[in-house]
Ligand binder design. Sequence first.
Ligand code: SAM
Length: 244
Amino acid sequence: SPGLYLVATPIGNLGDITLRAVETLRRAAVIACEDTRVTGGLLHHLGIKKRMIRYDDHAAEADRDRLLALMREEAVVLVSDAGTPLVSDPGYRLVRAAREAGIAVTSLPGASAAIVALTLSGLPNDRFLFAGFLPNKAKAREDALRELADVPATLVFYETAPRLLAALEAIGAVLPGRDVAVARELTKKFEECRTGPPADLAAHYTAHPPRGEIVLLIGPPVAEPPGAIDADALLRAALALHKP
Ligand code: SAM
């Protein structure tokens, strides 16, 4: 039926696509994508031939309107190059516009690198904060880390290989004592996940320059050990409160 369908695609291993995703791609009238060559490759692998339209959130209003008009009549699928659309990928403006226009929006779950990394890392995952990409410039990167320093949750970032060492150094400086995980090439042949103090990981990746795609995770702040609590001061404060 007509509407907008957000379809998650694999992040490396082509087997990681759902039956429903394949069926929806097969039934779609049009597939909106970031890069027609990348999506064309996936469709070819699935034996599907479809009209593709390039879309990103910087698209002109007129292009978005054309897609909205199509959605009123037919099934329009949005995919990104890999993983779940809208997660550090285009689509937010399109979904917003579709919802405002009263068009049905359906999201088909599937792979997302952040979740794969989180489950693989061994870091606490009862609470996590996905923070997208860290800024490129050193000062902005440190400011972003400082802003998140007290969040009582595992922090999840998307990263690129050329920037990994700079990010690890910034974490060591701004958030000392925190556990870090580097999850690389997830679901692919050379998948790896390393955990440890940022300095150890930096030493490893200096010796073995990383390649490929990376998710960087930082464990939550370590709770103060009981010995660090000043019991005398707490008691004095409590007694002071109860003074008549
Ligand atoms: N929408 C995608 C998702 O749901 O995972 C993310 C798109 S974002 C533009 C690309 C970033 O995702 C990469 O720089 C990397 O941080 C992460 N990523 C994607 N695939 C990955 C993989 N196979 N292994 C590790 N990280 C990956």
